[in-house]
Design a protein around this ligand. Structure first.
Ligand code: ADP
Ligand code: MG
Length: 350
């Protein structure tokens, strides 16, 4: 077991920015998720830790060791890619045991470890099958079992569930977290899916354009986004942002409600031109537009079914947000203003 630390790490591919000034500590046994859009630098971070890329500057530590100059096989890490490939001519047992055979572990030990790992991933009854005789989910588990059988200090997973269909992916997320807890292995998990990130990570690091924008628990990021990028990347639907004179104000769709439903002494009232209402069962999503400094902008409200609230499309309704539900961002830097630098009287809304 080990912690992982990156200090001021830069990686350029020629002139192309991979990542820049990355500072990151993954605690011993932690499950940390890196989330961000395609091309933001997530895979680069994993490849640097794995030793498949060398940083231009900065220091990478695994446990107490600085590993910058260690070859991948000296780092005791294990990595699973989206396009993991099992050996088609080998059985599940041979696939899982492969890294141990390569490391010249003795036969008895290989058998013991393969059996134990297969049990952990609930694939012990499949040991004699070939990959072609397995479902997508089972193949995935074999790939994970093969990756952990050597008991790595650090487990690196790059979008490992993207090949599964939506229903299986939900199950696989929960299972993967269970395996990781049982193993207690320090894990970095990469995804572009914010929901996956929020649901799986002990902590989540949001990456954009080669930089880490914010690291925290799902609650931290959702309730106190560091900037407008994080605010609009997380949540489904994400935070509404409105440009005002002095700043940008943000509020989550579930806090944007018909004014009669807001129990706040002096809520911020925002006229909402409702264009479309989507009924989703537990909630209704209300899509429309509100006024901002630069004209009309899109906004979304989310009304829970239990609230009994409903609105009609094609009309403008008085919606409101309780004051303590508002987040403020600096217009120039896009960073969250903290603490809120003025009273609401300073924010002209409407
Ligand atoms: P992500 O995994 O978040 O999609 P990557 O880490 O793969 O992002 O890529 C980050 C940036 O580095 C992108 O602009 C990508 O085009 C660039 N990049 C990644 N690998 C290479 C490479 N081998 N050569 C040149 N540019 C690369
Ligand atoms: Mg990638």
């Amino acid at each position: 077991m080990a912690f992982v630390e990156l200090r001021q790490v830069d990686k350029y591919y020629g002139d192309v920015l991979g990542i820049e000034d990355i500072n990151l500590t993954v605690k011993d046994g932690e499950f940390l998720v890196l989330v961000g859009p395609s091309g933001s630098g997530k895979t680069t971070i994993l490849r640097l830790i794995a030793g498949l890329e060398i940083p231009n500057t900065g220091e990478i530590r695994i446990g107490e060791r600085i590993v910058n100059n260690l070859a991948p096989n000296e780092r005791n890490i294990s990595m699973v890619f989206q396009s993991y490939a099992l050996y088609p001519h080998m059985t599940v047992e041979q696939n899982i045991g492969f890294p141990l055979r390569s490391a010249r572990v003795n036969r008895n030990e290989i058998q013991q470890k393969v059996e134990r790992t297969a049990k952990l991933f609930n694939i012990d009854r499949l040991l004699q099958r070939k990959p072609s005789q397995l479902s997508g989910g089972e193949r995935q588990r074999v790939a994970l079992a093969r990756a952990v059988v050597r008991e790595p200090d650090v487990f690196l997973l790059d979008e490992p569930l993207s090949n599964l269909d939506v229903r299986l992916r939900g199950l696989a997320r929960a299972e993967l977290r269970q395996f990781q807890r049982k193993l207690g292995v320090t894990t970095l998990y990469v995804t572009h899916d914010q929901e996956e990130a929020m649901s799986m990570g002990d902590r989540v690091a949001v990456v954009s354009q080669g930089k880490i924008r914010q690291i925290g628990t799902a609650q931290d990021l959702y309730q106190r986004p560091a900037d407008t990028f994080v605010a609009t990347f997380l949540g489904s639907p994400p935070m509404n942002l409105i440009d005002k004179d002095s700043c940008i104000i943000g509020f989550h769709p579930e806090h944007f409600l018909p004014v009669t439903a807001v129990t706040d002494e002096a809520p911020i009232i925002i006229p909402f031109r409702v264009i479309r209402v989507e009924y989703l069962g537990p909630e209704s999503r209300v899509y429309g537009q509100v006024d901002s400094l630069t004209g009309k902008v899109d906004a979304v409200a989310s009304l829970s079914a239990s609230s009994g609230l409903s609105v009609e499309a094609g009309q403008t309704h008085d919606f409101a947000v309780a004051r303590h539900r508002l987040t403020y961002f600096n217009k120039n830097t896009q960073l969250r203003m903290q603490p809120t630098p003025f009273t609401h009287d300073g924010v002209r809304v409407s």
